[in-house]
Design a protein around this ligand. Structure first.
Ligand SMILES: [Fe+2]
Length: 259
């Protein structure tokens, strides 16, 4: 890999050519919840890796092999829920927040970078949770209360931003577009949550062939606006045994509210 300034990329990098790749990736996912990779420019390379790690969950926008090509189609500008297929900024969110069981893993591999902009943003939900636990317990409790957030369209999911999943662990779901609604108790605290998310954001500019894999129940992702023919391959899926994960992430600091 060429020398680069992206701290996140360097910090979480695993070489796909070294032995026990699935074992190393599983360890990273159970630890930090994120892995960065390269050598994944071609669709076949992405598929080979993805099939080693997850059962792919096909989406309505994916191709027959289960991968979705993320690009500006020129046809989705302004359509709620389809921001990924435009070229505008997308605020930090977890993927598929409107379904009962969001996919645990998301891999995004760059086939072609943008001409300008298009940086990926990653935010560790564990750090956001710990930040709120330490500095704004009231906000954390409101955002952890049952039935405090609704994500998606008419058949969306009624739940909460932070959900206790047992053993002191928490799962995260969040979005910031028109498909997010909050209870009167949670609503005043959403700006506090957004501010905490901003405090923990990191950016990476993926070059062709570079990728990140995240625990989608822990990490938020986002994108800066861009110009050019930016193109990425996305896979969503359920971890195979080699990269098995316990539910959610460990809640650091004070215990989350079980209300
Ligand atoms: Fe997304």
């Amino acid at each position: 890999m060429s020398a680069r300034a992206d701290e996140i990329f360097e910090q979480h990098f695993e070489d796909i050519h070294l032995p026990d790749l699935a074992g190393r990736i599983g360890e990273r996912l159970r630890g930090s919840g994120v892995v960065t990779l390269d050598g994944l420019k071609a669709r076949a390379q992405v598929l080979d890796l993805v099939r080693m790690l997850m059962t792919i969950l096909p989406q309505c926008d994916s191709d027959p092999d289960g991968l979705t090509v993320i690009r500006d189609t020129g046809r989705h500008a302004g359509q709620v829920g389809f921001a990924g297929f435009g070229n505008g900024e997308i605020l930090p969110h977890t993927e598929r927040s409107g379904v009962a069981r969001p996919p645990r893993l998301m891999l995004l591999a760059c086939a072609r970078p943008a001409d300008t902009g298009g940086e990926c943003v990653l935010v560790d939900g564990q750090a956001v949770h710990a930040d709120l636990a330490a500095h704004n317990r009231e906000a954390l409790d409101a955002l952890s209360a049952r039935r405090s957030a609704f994500f998606g369209g008419g058949d969306g999911h009624l739940g909460s931003v932070f959900s206790e999943v047992g053993n002191g662990r928490v799962a995260l779901r969040f979005r910031q577009d028109a498909l997010a609604r909050f209870s009167p108790e949670a609503s005043p605290h959403v700006s506090t949550l957004r501010a905490a998310i901003e405090r923990h954001r990191g950016e990476l500019r993926l070059a062709s062939g570079e990728a990140f894999l995240i625990d989608n129940h822990r990490w938020l992702h986002a994108r800066r606006a861009f110009t050019g023919l930016r193109r990425l391959h996305r896979a969503l899926g359920i971890p195979l045994p080699a990269v098995a994960l316990p539910p959610g992430f460990e809640a650091k600091g004070r215990k989350a509210c079980a209300a």
